[in-house]
Design a protein around this ligand. Structure first.
Ligand code: IDP
Ligand code: MG
Length: 139
């Protein structure tokens, strides 16, 4: 994936709460173009692989059950400086620490159930995008 792209998921909590439209509106208004998008649900194996880097963390099992409990919206987004600008738009992992105007401040309820994922590097954006989308789904 080119370095002007990032990967996001609208997580199960935000889908359950009816926030898909509001979150996408804010993402688009912040200058991101939707390159790929789908509604899907992670299997246990998908979530364990996606979050493999966290497998030794105390919250890993809770994270896997949370991320598999309902549908998500997965998307690849494009904008200059996409990875860093999207991390700024979503805000801190813990919504209590997230800045005003960020997606997690507005839509998340806890450090675990924090509404939106954003890749943390160009390399991970590429890996995560390819995890969810085949070549002919990336526009
Ligand atoms: P990030 O999503 O802001 O990059 P990471 O540290 O990569 O945060 O953690 C991945 C996900 O794991 C978080 O978005 C959140 O859903 C969950 N998580 C992170 N830290 C905690 C924690 O201390 N307790 C419970 N869940 C956590
Ligand atoms: Mg992370």
């Amino acid at each position: 994936m080119p370095s002007n792209r990032t990967f996001t998921m609208i997580k199960p909590d935000a889908v359950e709460n009816g926030y898909i439209g509001a979150i996408l509106t804010k993402i688009i208004a912040s200058g991101f173009r939707i390159v790929s998008m789908k509604m899907t649900q992670l299997s246990q194996r998908d979530a364990e692989l996606f979050y493999a880097i966290h497998k030794e963390r105390s919250f890993f099992n809770d994270l896997v059950s949370f991320m598999t409990r309902g549908p998500i919206v997965a998307a690849i987004l494009e904008k200059e400086n996409a990875v860093d600008d999207f991390r700024t738009l979503i805000g801190a992992t813990n919504p209590k620490e997230a800045a005003d105007g960020t997606l997690r401040k507005q839509f998340a309820s806890s450090v675990g159930e924090n509404a939106v994922h954003g890749s943390d590097s160009n390399e991970n954006a590429e890996i995560e995008g390819a995890f969810h989308f085949s070549g002919r789904e990336i526009f």
